[in-house]
Design a protein around this ligand. Structure first.
Ligand SMILES: Nc1ncnc2c1ncn2[C@@H]1O[C@H](COP(=O)(O)OP(=O)(O)OP(=O)(O)O)[C@@H](O)[C@H]1O
Ligand SMILES: [Mg+2]
Length: 256
């Protein structure tokens, strides 16, 4: 590896003693054009923190997140969770440990409770009404919603049901891809509160992609700046204005 930003980054990441995720030379090329979408991405994700990922549109943020629970198959030897290559893991077991929420919630047919019970049922476990209520509460929802149809909810409520459904699998990591971009400010705050609470009460590791620099500054402990398929800086949220990469600076100017 040559000198420059990446070396600076490695100093940072090697300070993480036992990262939740270790990402080494993660590369993805477009199947049609062969151009690099992610190029030799290297980063460590510390356990028990909220890690923000920001960067211009098309820089590879969603592609990066989706590699971490094998929504596409990274090359062996490029992504490790607790030191184990994710390619060597059972993919369903990996996705239980590493849950994901997208921009828009996609609830299954049936009631809110059916949705929350879905994951555990696949393993033959039927959650009690009290367990469903507790999961809804963790996602900042009232238990009275349990009997409602998924289709009768607002987008903000549905996103929180999707969060409760993910939490029902007792994940160790949450991957959140712009989870609040379709939500009003109050629903956004509810989701942010839930993320921070999960970190404090369960040591949850969260990786959140957001277009909102302000949101990242509210909840993240560390921020990764992704530009053209590479992590160009890893910073503390209050140090974002000290970013050195020209594209990163421009992005920050435009988004603040
Ligand atoms: N399945 C695919 N096949 C080919 N190219 C893809 C595919 N998915 C994404 N890309 C390309 O990869 C690049 C990164 O896309 P990605 O969705 O990861 O960006 P992003 O940073 O999440 O952008 P946004 O902020 O708009 O969500 C883009 O140039 C996109 O066109
Ligand atoms: Mg995206």
């Amino acid at each position: 590896m040559g000198p420059g930003a990446t070396d600076h980054l490695l100093v940072d990441v090697d300070a993480v003693p036992r990262p939740k995720f270790r990402v080494r030379d993660l590369t993805k090329r477009s199947e049609t054009t062969g151009t690099a979408i992610l190029s030799k991405l290297r980063v460590d994700i510390p356990a028990g923190l909220v890690v923000g990922v920001i960067g211009p549109s098309g820089s590879g943020k969603s592609t990066f997140l989706r590699a971490l629970n094998r929504l596409w198959e990274p090359d062996p030897g490029s992504v490790f969770v607790d030191g184990v290559d994710i390619c060597d893991m059972d993919v369903l077991a990996l996705r239980r440990r590493v849950g994901m929420l997208f921009q828009l919630p996609a609830l299954f047919e049936g009631s809110v409770a059916d949705n929350v019970r879905y994951g555990p049922l696949l393993r033959g476990v039927k959650l009690t009404d009290a367990q469903v209520a507790k999961l809804l509460a963790t996602a900042d929802l009232d238990a009275s919603l349990a009997g409602k149809k998924g289709t009768e909810l607002s987008v903000g409520q549905a996103q929180r049901v999707a969060l409760a459904r993910t939490l029902a699998n007792e994940p160790e990591v949450l991957l959140l891809d712009e989870p609040t971009s379709a939500l009003d400010p109050i629903s956004t705050q509810n989701i942010e509160d839930a993320i921070v609470k999960l970190k404090k009460t369960r040591g949850m590791t969260t990786i959140i992609v957001s277009h909102s620099v302000k949101q990242i500054q509210r909840i993240a402990d560390v921020v990764c700046l992704l530009v053209d398929g590479e992590i160009v800086e890893v910073l503390k949220p209050h140090e974002l204005s000290e970013a050195k990469h020209p594209m990163a600076l421009r992005f920050l100017e435009l988004s603040s």
